[in-house]
Write a new protein. Structure first.
Length: 165
């Protein structure tokens, strides 16, 4: 077991963690300390237990907001994946029917059946772009601060969260 010193509010604590987890624990403590400092800056000195409770609640609220956002994005991705699957199935069906009809037509007439394939490409491209956008948003949202970084910026999604207490 490793031990690290973390500062929360105005007090330093010794925390035990598994070997190799020191940076993660320190990063979490830095984020927690940022919340504690915001509370101290907003309402002044408070008892240690209340400060820890309030900072924990603020982080818990932020976590719930991120979780809801993540669930919404997962549903959007699943919906888009289903649309892509349906389009692929429709394409296969139309391709099969097209091949049947082409075999009965002359080569010149058969070339006219290739044009609908370009239309599917036009339909699929915006869906792919939206999927890529959602994946980018998801990867940006999951960015965690590196060792030594603190998240000193207030919560941009919910600026009124500081007014809970």
């Amino acid at each position: 077991m490793a031990e690290i010193n973390v500062k929360i509010g105005e007090k330093t604590y010794i925390i035990a963690c598994d070997e190799g987890e020191e940076l993660e624990v320190q990063a979490a403590a830095n984020e927690f300390n940022t919340e504690a400092q915001n509370i101290l800056g907003g309402i002044g000195k408070v008892p240690e237990v209340k400060l820890l409770l309030m900072a924990g609640l603020m982080l818990g609220g932020r976590l719930r907001t991120l979780d809801k956002s993540c669930q919404s994005q997962v549903k959007q991705i699943e919906s888009l994946e289903n649309q892509v699957y349906e389009l692929k199935e429709n394409y296969k069906l139309l391709k099969s029917e097209s091949d049947s009809v082409k075999s009965a037509l002359s080569e010149e007439q058969a070339n006219e059946f290739e044009k609908p394939e370009a239309n599917y490409s036009k339909i699929l491209e915006p869906i792919l772009a939206k999927l890529e956008g959602l994946l980018l948003i998801d990867s940006l949202a999951s960015h965690e601060p590196k060792a030594g970084e603190t998240s000193e910026q207030p919560d941009k999604e919910n600026p009124d969260q500081n007014e809970l207490f």
